[in-house]
Design a protein around this ligand. Structure first.
Ligand code: NAI
Ligand code: MG
Length: 492
């Protein structure tokens, strides 16, 4: 309740009352001007000598130059990974492999603050998010999977366990280090070696991770980091000597990858887009639910594959929920990602901002009613105010397509059956949220909603032990937990 008193107080005092900024220091981080490729334990220049700039989306300033890996560079990385797999990693006792994974986790933890700052500088996400969510979770994934490395027989009892070989991993820009951890940690624990490509707008924390991997003494070639654009990703996907592809990103690219892999023996997991439903029943704890809605779609700028981007509110409380939600939105801070007060940081790229703006226009053209709070938006950099759309039809584009920004559509419902039907009426099926006081209703919905993850009376909660992944166009395969480990093993 304290929060709401504060919000009201702020509203009354209006513009005269504000938080003074509290900027995270950036003088302790070390960035090179130019980053080469991390292949076979060495830093090597790209064969075509091409580099691209990575910028800070909060002010459009260049942070560093990043190597663009060619097909030849990818081939070098795959060869290094194969050699390391055959000669070293697959032969090493599992308890020894575990030690390296633990060491990586500890080194990451020691440098957590540096990782958090770099993550915020390059991705635009708030320091609060990278400091409290991304980096600790990334470390926890390494710790968790390190624990399984020498216990695979217990993880999958009575099964014959074999590693796959070389894993090619392609990740997006919304959780750069966390996605690298989700991919690398289980692959190593299962005894595979890795070629990983970060997204072109967020390579830095993966390259910092490469520095830590170097420091950890991990045998050369076990983890290779190649940077670049879609063509670099495609070179990984199409490389004949890769045994497994793990991809997180857009559904469009997921489909291209799936087509490319048809007829090959490569194993594949795809974690794609979403349009997840957040469902609020009349008996829900409304203030917590409002906080959960805000957390589900506005924090991290809506750059979350499982974002609760479709809100379904039971009719009787719709007016109240919308009023409270608007009030809460008035108190959200949009601005410098490095300011500890900021709730909504910068949109990751100009292209993504244009995509979001395109959808805002579509929403208005479709006749939905748009609401944005009167918040100040920085002039430089890529920013988007938190946005609600009311009077949305189930068939409207903004309720069907993934926007990947701080944009929420609101619809109402009367009965349980109606909301199940509406929530499932989507090409995606990644996540959902259910807010109600009634336990039996939660279980009824969790069994009927076609979504990989369903949160009850909370949203966006993650833990390394819990599997994550989707239905339908949200992809297939699971990451996290034992399911995530089995995706990197041949079990017979
Ligand atoms: P994207 O799917 O193009 O990029 C993700 C990764 O795939 C990047 O590392 C990229 O370099 C790589 N890539 C691109 N084309 C490739 C290809 N042909 N073969 C192999 N790798 C390839 O995503 P993008 O263009 O950055 O974002 C577009 C939309 O995708 C967003 O607006 C959002 O809706 C969705 N998206 C979903 C994510 C999720 O977590 N599910 C993450 C990022 C974007
Ligand atoms: Mg793309």
């Amino acid at each position: 309740m304290i929060t709401f008193q504060l919000i009201n107080m702020k509203k009354e005092l209006n513009d005269n009352w504000d938080y003074s900024s509290s900027l995270e220091a950036i003088n302790h981080i070390q960035l090179k001007k130019k980053y080469t490729l991390f292949i076979d334990g060495k830093w090597i220049a790209p064969s075509k000598n091409t580099y691209f700039k990575t910028i800070n989306p909060a002010n459009e300033e260049t942070l560093a130059e990043i190597a663009s890996a060619s097909k030849e560079d990818v081939d070098l990385a795959v060869k290094a990974a194969r050699k390391a797999y055959t000669n070293v990693w697959s032969k090493m006792p599992a308890s020894e492999r575990a030690k390296y994974i633990y060491r990586i986790a500890r080194l990451m933890q020691e440098r957590a603050r540096e990782f958090a700052v770099i993550e915020s500088l390059e991705s635009g996400k708030t320091i609060r998010e990278s400091r409290d969510v991304d980096i600790p979770l990334a470390c926890n994934h390494f710790f968790y999977y390190a624990g399984w490395a020498d216990k695979l027989d217990y993880a999958f009892p009575n099964r014959k366990i074999e590693s796959l070989g070389v894993a090619g991993q392609i990740i997006p820009w919304n959780f750069p280090l966390l996605m690298a951890a989700w991919k690398i940690a289980p692959a190593l624990a299962a005894g595979n070696t890795v070629v990983l490509k970060p997204a072109e707008t967020t390579s830095l924390t993966a390259l910092k991770l490469a520095e830590i991997i170097e420091e950890s003494g991990l045998p050369p070639g076990v983890v290779n980091i190649v940077t670049g654009f879609g063509e670099t990703g495609a070179a990984i996907v199409n490389h004949p000597d890769i045994n497994k592809i793990a991809f997180t990103g857009s559904t469009a690219v997921g489909k291209i990858i799936q087509k490319a892999l048809v007829g090959t023996s490569k194993k594949v997991t795809l974690e794609l887009g979403g349009k997840s439903a957040n469902i609020i029943f009349e008996d829900a704890p409304i203030d917590q639910a409002v906080e959960g809605i805000v957390n589900g779609i506005f924090f991290n700028q809506g750059h979350v594959c499982c974002a609760g981007s479709r809100l379904y509110v039971q009719e009787g409380i719709a007016e109240k929920v919308i009023k409270k939600l608007k009030q809460r939105m008035e108190s959200l801070y949009v601005g410098d990602p490095l300011d500890k007060n900021t709730d909504i940081g910068a949109i990751n790229s100009k292209e993504q901002l244009q995509t979001i703006e395109k959808y805002l226009k579509i929403g208005m053209d479709e006749g939905a009613e748009m609401y944005q709070p009167k918040c100040a938006i920085p002039k430089k950099g890529f920013y988007c105010a938190p946005t609600l759309f009311l009077n949305v039809a189930q068939s409207s584009i903004i309720a069907q397509e993934e926007i990947f920004g701080p944009v929420l559509t609101i619809q109402t419902f009367r009965t349980v059956d109606e909301v199940i039907q509406k929530a499932n009426n989507s090409p995606f099926g990644l996540a959902a949220g259910v807010w109600t006081d009634k336990g039996s209703r939660i279980f009824n919905l969790t069994s009927k909603l076609r979504a990989g993850v369903i949160w009850a009376n909370c949203y966006n909660k993650f833990d390394p032990t819990s599997p994550f992944g989707g239905y339908k166009e949200s992809g297939f395969g699971r990451e996290g937990g034992l399911h995530g480990l089995s995706a990197y093993l041949k079990l017979s």
